[in-house]
Structure formats: structure tokens, C-alpha cells
Design a protein around this ligand. Sequence first.
Ligand code: CP
Length: 316
Amino acid sequence: MRHIISLKEQSKEDILEMLDMAIKLKAKRNAGEITNLLPNQTLIMLFQKTSTRTRLSFEAGMTELGGHAIFLDARTTQLSIGTEFIDEIKAIMRYGQILMFRAKKAEDVMTAASANQIPVIDACSEKYHPCQAMSDMLTMIEHSGGVENIKKVVWLGIENNVMNTLMLVCTKLGIQFTIAAPGINEPSVDPELNKEAESTGLVKRTLDLEEALKDADYVHTDAWMDMEYFKDGKVLPEFEKQYKERIETYTPYQINAKLIDSYAPQARIMHCMGCHIDYEISRNAVDHPNSVIFDQAENRMHMQKAMILWLLEKGL
Ligand code: CP
């Protein structure tokens, strides 16, 4: 049975097959064609964390495939009152054909997948975000006119779950991946994933922004400020020190119009959203002519439709 957890499990050919399906599905939708490929099929969407894009894109995508999606907030299920996790998951999986799980821990997604009842997708855990990485690759292919035209992708800010899977997809497809990040989100680290990506010789690390951004085709970032430091828009006194440290460490790696116009005027600007304006990205970068951020958001739906079909081994 197929599962999508970290994308370590998928080959280059699998990734290209899903991307090709997404391109075709998007073209069909844009042409007004109906793609009722999953009638009477149910996607179960289990969330242990908040979401805007993931919920909407999966739910809308399943509607467009002629199926149905059920949203489950883990806090309102028996999972929240200490029932045995694997038993609840096994029962949940009896009601649908595919499970997407936004889990606090990737380990729980793997446990769900290990039941091998229905295909499971990691919909953003602390370590991985395969749906985002695949959607970002779809966006880059569209804007570059083909995967072969993408030569260099740059990640700025903090090494995290989104970066992990993007790095893996890029290196599997032969694209240079340069990281300019002064810090790491420790829970996101997967040594096996790092080893696989680094073994390609395509991963480079530097803190020199000019060097990192030289000849970049795409520049990505993601949140590095911890929103738990705030209440009602103000920094809580107990987090003042950590807040200042993060500002000092990461602000030089903020994507803003000046940085792009100075070092990489050719590069397109990417962010998986939600954006934290004036932290990892500025307003003038979100609204920059090079920004493809909202295309990334839309492409979540097209890409995930393809991922669902691929997991269920359904052709177009
Ligand atoms: N990028 C992303 O996963 O968005 P949400 O957290 O809103 O789902």
C-alpha cells in the first residue's frame, strides 16, 4: 500500500508521475472539464493543529474529484481524552478510502500508516510537509516552463519541516538547493533525510547572502518567529529575551524587495503561508512582481488531487 510521509519513500519517477498528473488535472479544471474520478469515495482529514490552506485545498480537491472529505478536529474526538491512539485510528480508517493527517508528531503519522488499512498522507508534521513541497515544485515547473529549467532553489531563514521536504524533492530532481539559515528547528531534523539529500552533492550551506542568492531561480522562506511569544499582538514579558534573540539572528535573512532587487532580481519569491509580515518576509516581497506566493497556495489543491489519485493507484 502506498503512503506519502516524507517523500523518502517516493522515487524520482513517482514524483514526476504525480507532478504530470497535477499539470493535467489543473489544465482540465481550467478548461472546465469535470474530473469525477472518485465517486462515493471519502477522504478523512484529521487535524491536531490549525490550518487554512491544507484543509481548504484537500476538501475542495476532493469535491472536484467527485468524492467527499470529512474534517475531524482531533480536539473534538475521543483522541483528546486519552483513548488508545492506534485503536482510534484503525476505527477512523474504516470510514474512508484515504487519510490525511496533520499531526504534531510524524511518528504518529507513521503509526497510522503502519496499520496499512488505507493510504496515509502526512499533511504537515514537525518533520515533513510533502504536500507543500510537491505543490511548490508544481509552481516552479509552471513558472520556469519545465523542471529542466529549474537550476537553483534557495532557502532563507530557519531549517524546518517545510525545508526538509522541499530539499528532498529538489535534490531528487537534480536541482541545486542552497540553504542560508542561521538556525535549525531541532524537532524537524531527520538525519536520514539529510543524508539522502546531501549525498546528491546538490545541497550547499552558506550564511553569505550574496553567495547564496547568486543565480537563484527561486527563493523560499517560512516562519521563524514563535507566535507563542505573543498575546494580543504584544510580546509577553517572559519571552522578551527569546523574541529579541530571534529578531537579531534571523532578520538579516528576511526576504524583502531590497534583498531580491540587490542580489537576485531574476528570482521568484516563495512562501508556503501564513506569512508573518516584517519577520521572515516583508509586505513589499509578498506584493513584489516576482512573488508567486498565491500560485503556491492555489497549487496545493491541484497537486493534492494528483497525490490522492496516485495513492489510490487511479489513472486520469
Ligand atoms: N502552508 C500550509 O500548510 O498552510 P496551512 O497551515 O494554512 O494549512
